[in-house]
Design a protein around this ligand. Structure first.
Ligand SMILES: Cc1ncc(COP(=O)(O)O)c(C=O)c1O
Length: 381
């Protein structure tokens, strides 16, 4: 499809069949597909029929994988049971026991846990390195290094990764690159275009957009994605048809949601920058031509009673996730980044006063007002 992003995001292929021409793809809520006879089953194995058993493939999960691939402008995509399973599948598609991965230090806490505690059980070694320091990455490359891993906009401090530089370094050293594009979404950034091999999403966040699904998506070249698909089937990290259907439904409003949320986030970040009770504002500049994302993190250390702040938020909900249509707040120190050792938290500036705000689609002045009144109530005299 040569159309623009907003058009593509509502017109991805509809998987309908038979005589009932539904406008929207039906939910194929089935664990398996039926066959007329043994020859008919054989047709599946010869590639003449698409579906056998839903862990192996389902029209709804396929639709989601290919829709996100279209939006990322990558050749292929698959949907998985969660963002973390998509990350694991991506890693296992390009590494094996004995290999080494270099990951950025400032990544989502759950990803850190997966890397720090689980990958060793697969025989895969991981080093965490500050990705703002190119020399440190170069020094960290070993003979068995296979992959450089980072996030396009990092969680929770919103550093924008220099993907061109990462790709350049990877090419020089014959390494794969993988980027978590959850915070940016393909609305803001398309890492595959920058030469990244594998792009991963927690579709639980903006792609779904309504905080009602847990899902992941991995996109990249067809050969890597074929390997990834085999891993999904063998390990069983399949996404359910209903969750895939809900995520596709959410995807159709990604463009309009992001446009509003990014605008609201910019307004909120601007209001915080000049606020005397906010020690630090984390919000990117020049992340993309369409704006800087819809997450704003602030540090209230030394200025506000953090417990009081969280209790004074009025209609803004405290939720340990992000990217829904409602504005929500989370506390990285005890939720998303709880797994990080305290010294790593301190090093990363995940302080006692750090608040991560996921900006929604409400009226911009109402959002700013809700935070201003909470800060007034929580401010130290
Ligand atoms: C940047 C990022 N990547 C991955 C994940 C994991 O996604 P999931 O919870 O869908 O497994 C999260 C979850 O918060 C995240 O913020």
């Amino acid at each position: 499809m040569g159309e623009k992003f907003a058009t593509k995001s509502v017109h991805f292929t509809s998987k309908t069949s038979g005589e009932i021409a539904s406008k929207v793809t039906p939910i194929y809520q089935t664990s398996a597909f039926k066959f007329n006879d043994l020859e008919d089953i054989e047709r599946f194995y010869q590639g003449e029929k698409d579906y056998l058993y839903s862990r192996v493939g389902n029209p709804n999960t396929d639709e989601l994988g290919s829709a996100v691939a279209q939006l990322e402008e990558a050749p292929a995509g698959i949907a998985t049971s969660s963002g973390l399973s998509a990350i694991l599948i991506g890693i296992l598609s390009v590494t094996k026991a004995g290999d080494h991965v270099i990951a950025s230090t400032d990544i989502y806490g759950g990803t850190y846990e997966l890397f720090a505690r689980e990958l060793a059980n697969f025989g895969i070694e991981v080093s965490f390195i500050d990705f703002t320091d190119q020399e440190a990455i170069k020094t960290g490359i070993q003979t068995n290094t296979k992959l450089l891993y980072s996030e396009s906009i990092t969680n929770p401090l919103l550093r924008v990764e220099n993907m061109e530089q990462l790709v350049h370094l990877a090419k020089q050293n014959n390494l794969y690159t993988m980027i978590d594009n959850t915070f940016a979404t393909p609305y803001l950034l398309q890492p595959y275009h920058s030469g990244i091999d594998l792009v991963v999403h927690s579709a639980t966040k903006y792609l779904g957009g309504h905080s009602d699904v847990t899902a992941g998506v991995l996109v990249g070249d067809a050969d890597l994605l074929a390997k990834a698909k085999t891993k999904v089937v063998n390990i069983g990290t399949t996404l359910s048809p209903f969750e895939a259907w809900l995520t596709c439904r959410g995807l159709k409003t990604l463009d309009v949601r992001m446009e509003r949320q990014v605008k609201n986030a910019q307004a909120l970040a601007d209001a915080f920058v000049t606020h005397p009770a906010v020690s630090k504002v984390y919000y990117p500049t020049h992340a993309s031509k369409k704006g800087n994302g819809a997450i704003v993190s602030i540090d209230l250390s030394g200025k506000c009673d953090i417990e009081k702040f969280f209790r004074s938020l009025d209609w803004v909900k405290i939720v340990p996730t992000l990217a829904g249509v409602e504005t929500t707040v989370s506390y990285p120190r005890t939720t998303s980044h709880r797994a990080l050792p305290i010294e790593v938290q301190e090093e990363l500036a995940i302080t006692e006063g750090l608040v991560r705000i996921s900006v929604g689609i409400e009226d911009s002045a109402d959002i700013i007002g809700a935070f201003e009144q909470a800060i007034i109530k929580a401010k130290y005299e």
